[in-house]
Structures are given as C-alpha cells and as structure tokens.
Design a protein around this ligand. Structure first.
Ligand code: G4P
Length: 529
C-alpha cells in the first residue's frame, strides 16, 4: 500500500453547482448540518451575493472577502473527510466557478424543478463534460408545482447531454408532494415540511405491492408510484457506478433542500460512490495520486481589496504526496524554491494554520504576487497540470490609458490582475492596443478600481463589438499566417503569445470556420498545453 493511501481513501472533494437561486446555498447548509460542521440552520455565511448589491461591486467584493473563509468547507461524515469547495453564485464571477471545477473530483448539480435547465446550468455542465467529471443531480424544490418528472428528466438529459439514472422517485410535487421512493434502499420516505436534520419519516417497503402503500399514499398515488417505479426500473436497472465515475451517467435525486428532504439519501449515496482524489495528467506524464512526492496547483487567487492589506490568498489543491508547513517546494514556473510558514486551512472546526495536507485538500497560501492561476508546486520535478484552461471571455473592452505618466504602473497592474484570473488580457495584432476580456460587466469596475487604488493608474474602457475569443491553430503555418494577416482587425495575442480570433457574432464565427477549413478554432486555451 502506498504511503498516503489511508489519507487519500478517506477524502472526497467536490463542489455544488447550480444556476443562481436553484438552492445551492440551502443544500450546502444541509450538508454541513449532517456533517456536524454547523449546529443550526442559517449559520452558513454563504458567498451568495445579496440581490440588492448586484450593481455595487465594492459590496460584492466585501461579501466575497467574507466568503474566503467558507471557500472550502470540510466536514466528516460516516468516517469520510468531505471537502466542499464553494463556487460564486454571481454570474459575473462564473470564471472563478469554472476554475474551481478543475480542483474537484466530482460535482452535485442542483436543478430547480420549476425552472428546469437554466443558462448557467448548461454552461457549468459543459465545463464538467470537458473533464468527464462525475455528476450527481439534485432536483430541488419538489414542494413547488414543478414540471412533470418525466418531462424534466428528458429535458435535463437532452439539454445537458448526459444520461440520467433516477435513484429516488417523487410522489407528486407542490402541495401534493408526498415524498420519494428510494429505488436503491427500497424504502419510502414520506415528506414532512421541516428544516431539522433528522426528522425523516421513513417507511421500509420491500415489496411495492404492500397494502401499506395505499394506506400511506392513497390509492391513486400508490398505483402511480407502482407504475412509475416499474417503468423506471425497467429502463434503468441498477446503477453502474463505473459509468457514473466515467461521467457518462448521472444519478438523480428528488427533494426539497429547504425542508431538508431527500438530502440524506443523496449524501449517503455520494459518500458511497463519489470518487476519492483522482490521478491527474501533467504536461510530461500521468501523475498517480498515490505517489509519495508532493504536487499541487493553484486554481484560484483571492485578492484583498483593502489597500492596507495587499496580500492575496492563493488556493492550492494538493494532487499527490504530503504538503508540509515550512518545507521548501519547487515553484515550477518561477524555477525557485518557496516555503510557507502560515498555510491556511479551511477546516470548519479549526480555521488556522495547518501543518500538513493530503491529496484532495485545499490549502490557502498567503501570496505577495508570486502566483498565477495554474501554477504548480512540486518536490523538484518540472511539470504543470493540464486541464486548467482559460475560457473565452464574453465582453471585450479596449483599455485607454488616461495618464501617460503612469504607463509602467498600468502595465504592471494589468499583468498582475490578469495573473489572478480577474480578466484576460489580449494585445491587438500588430499594434499595442490592450484588450481586456471578462465574463461579466462587474469585472471591469473591479479592474478600474483596483488599477487606480493599487497601482495609481487611471483608465477608461471603450466597448468593443466582440462576443467570443477563439484560440486558433493550423497544421499549415502558412495558412494561419495568411488568415492572421487578412483578418488583422479581429486578431490578437493572449498573454502567453498565442493567437486568438475575436469574433463579432456567431454568424461571423461560423462563416470564418466554413471559409477556412485549414484553421482550427478552439474555445479554451487548453489546446496549447
Ligand atoms: P442559490 O444558492 O442556488 O442561489 O439558492 P439558495 O439556496 O439561496 O435558494 C434560493 C431561494 O430558494 C431561497 O429563497 C431559498 O429559501 C429557496 N429554496 C431553496 N430550496 C428550496 C426548496 O426546496 N423549496 C422551496 N420552495 N424553496 C427553496 P429566497 O426567498 O430567495 O431567499 P431566502 O430569503 O429564503 O433566503
């Protein structure tokens, strides 16, 4: 057995993702209650951005600051150490969420039974699909009059392009919601509206023909349940856990997070089937999670907006070996050895300095500018982890320097802020024009504010008519060169010197793809790694 097997085998690192308002925060809280990490409902300082603050980025940043402490919530459940990585709910911080997904081994996707698949659900799932991340689906708000359960499953399968496997089955919805039948444990869990962690009314029914069913549900619902279960069992049979682990099949649970209903069934299944920390690919070789030597990568950087505290926290996911406080590790990109005297743990019970961390854990490293997203630490070997791409921004603006005396500061600020992953920086082809690309409008406000307050650089942004950046490559360098020259107004370089095509619209993009079969258009930067 490898040296750290015991530690690895008891860890599960995951994220809960959803379209805003589907119930991610509520579900998180219920998990923490089950895990004993909090004692009362309402105790989670969620990083959910309050609705009234959506136009006030300072307030949002303040709330995000608070949320650093809850960025990773760890709890124990049934002998397992669960690391739950929080993801920002606000869509303007979607890129933060995408990157967090590179640091987890599985996800739970919350879908609102009334709204079904929503914009953000779709995009988050695309990111999961890129990495074949195992997904468990929680269909929430069954206490509301939701869509027909069969239609909903079909919609999710079609829109998210994943095969679903129901693990529980609901009896009605809305005010007629009576509970779920657990297809795995073969018991009926009757719905009671409450928010306590333990008061579930469970009735074991080994044989659905049992007349108890009529007694508890009434004749009509008992018949429907029998028919539904026969149909569902007939189509799906037993869950093949390997298909789940390969990201091909997603187990589905129905429930109501606010009523803490259906949550325990899901958590128990999660503990049973969700993957332990997995091995990963690097730029030079496959890295086995059980290797003795330490390695890890930075997937998120959180800056402190308070100018008096210029420190940042880099979030490091441990991928192999043992992280130790005060031990020198190799910072691959900078080719230098670094050590950390105050690595920060997010363990809910003891938010303090940690001595050691193992694969699946996340460590907070105080940083003064040494890290950028994707940076790798090792015990000496030179590689970086693949699968940590940049995604195409959706809003593009030209940076206009309002104070030529501060050009140097501006350049430094732009480089550092984009290293943190706040935005992406492009330089126009053959020119100097700097273009910032973000996922949300708010980011521009954040950048403008930080450039001024942290670097003394005053800028203005001019909107540009682009909607996507595609990294372009070609097997034929001449063709690429021609395309670049011909389309120069739409061409830029990213920070690493790779060429991107900035498309005005989907129509333009499709036209260029059709007209230039020798050019490949990629929606993430991963292609270069
Ligand atoms: P999010 O993090 O995904 O954005 O969602 P969150 O948990 O904050 O839930 C969004 C809203 O949905 C909240 O109401 C929450 O109480 C409600 N909710 C969550 N689960 C259920 C459920 O199972 N059934 C029903 N009916 N509602 C649910 P809110 O009014 O926006 O906020 P609050 O004032 O209640 O906090």
């Amino acid at each position: 057995m490898a040296r750290y097997s015991n530690e690895i085998n008891r860890r599960k690192t995951f994220a809960i993702i959803s379209h805003p308002d589907a119930g991610k925060t509520t579900l998180t809280e219920k998990f923490l209650l089950f895990g004993g990490a909090i004692q009362t409902a309402g105790a989670v300082k969620s990083n959910k951005i309050k609705k009234h603050a959506t136009s006030d980025f300072m307030e949002i940043e303040r709330q995000r600051g608070i949320s650093v402490a809850t960025s990773v919530m760890s709890f124990e459940y049934k002998g397992m150490l669960v690391n739950l990585l929080d993801t920002p709910g606000h869509k303007d911080f979607a890129e933060d969420t995408y990157r967090t997904l590179t640091a987890v081994d599985s996800v739970i996707l919350v879908v609102d039974s009334v709204n079904g698949v929503e914009a953000q659900t779709r995009r988050l799932m695309e990111v999961c699909r890129m990495r074949d991340t195992p997904v468990i689906v929680f269909i929430n708000k069954m206490d509301r009059d939701g869509k027909n359960r069969f239609d909903l499953l079909e919609e999710i399968e079609k829109e998210l392009n994943i095969q679903l496997h129901p693990m529980t089955w609901p009896i009605n919805s809305g005010k007629d919601f009576k509970g779920v039948y657990n297809l795995y444990d073969k018991n009926l869990v009757l719905f009671t509206a409450n928010t306590k962690a333990t008061d579930e009314d469970t009735l074991r029914i080994d044989n659905l023909g049992n007349a108890l069913l009529e007694e508890r549900l009434g004749e009509k619902d008992a018949i429907t349940l029998r028919e539904d279960v026969e149909l569902v069992d007939g189509v799906h049979g037993e869950l093949d856990v390997d298909d789940y682990l390969a990201g091909k099949v997603a187990p589905v649970f129905f429930g109501s997070a606010i009523n803490n209903f259906g949550v325990r069934e899901m958590l128990d299944t999660f503990i049973r089937i969700a993957p332990i920390p997995r091995s990963r690919e690097t730029s030079i070789r496959h890295l086995d999670v059980e290797e003795d030597k330490f390695s890890g990568f930075v997937f998120k950087i959180h800056a402190n907006l308070d100018p008096k505290h210029r420190d940042r926290i880099a979030f490091l996911r441990v991928c192999s070996g043992k992280f130790e406080r005060n031990k020198y590790f190799h910072h691959v990109r900078l080719d230098k050895d670094v050590r950390f005297s105050n690595p920060y743990t997010f363990l809910a019970r003891d938010k303090d300095v940690i001595e050691t961390a193992y694969p699946g854990d996340v460590v907070g490293l105080f940083d003064t500018g040494n890290f950028k997203i994707g940076d790798t630490l090792t015990e000496g070997e030179d590689f970086f982890f693949t699968g940590i791409p940049s995604f195409s921004p959706e809003i593009f603006k030209e940076v206009v320097n309002k104070d030529p005396m501060k050009t140097k500061q501006l350049e430094k600020g732009l480089l550092q802020l984009t290293d943190e992953g706040v935005a992406q920086l492009f330089t126009q082809y053959g020119g100097n024009k700097k273009i910032i690309g973000c996922v949300g409008e708010l980011q521009f406000e954040v950048i403008q504010y930080r450039l001024l307050h942290e670097y003394g650089a005053s800028v203005q942004f001019n909107a540009l008519p682009f909607y996507k950046a595609c990294w372009i490559t070609s097997a034929d360098p001449k063709k690429l060169e021609e395309f670049t020259r011909f389309k120069h107004a739409n061409i830029a370089e990213d920070k690493d010197g790779y060429t991107v095509y900035l498309a005005q619209s989907e129509w333009f993009l499709n036209t260029e793809r059709t007209n230039n079969p020798a050019i490949e258009f990629h929606f993430t930067s991963e292609i270069h790694k």
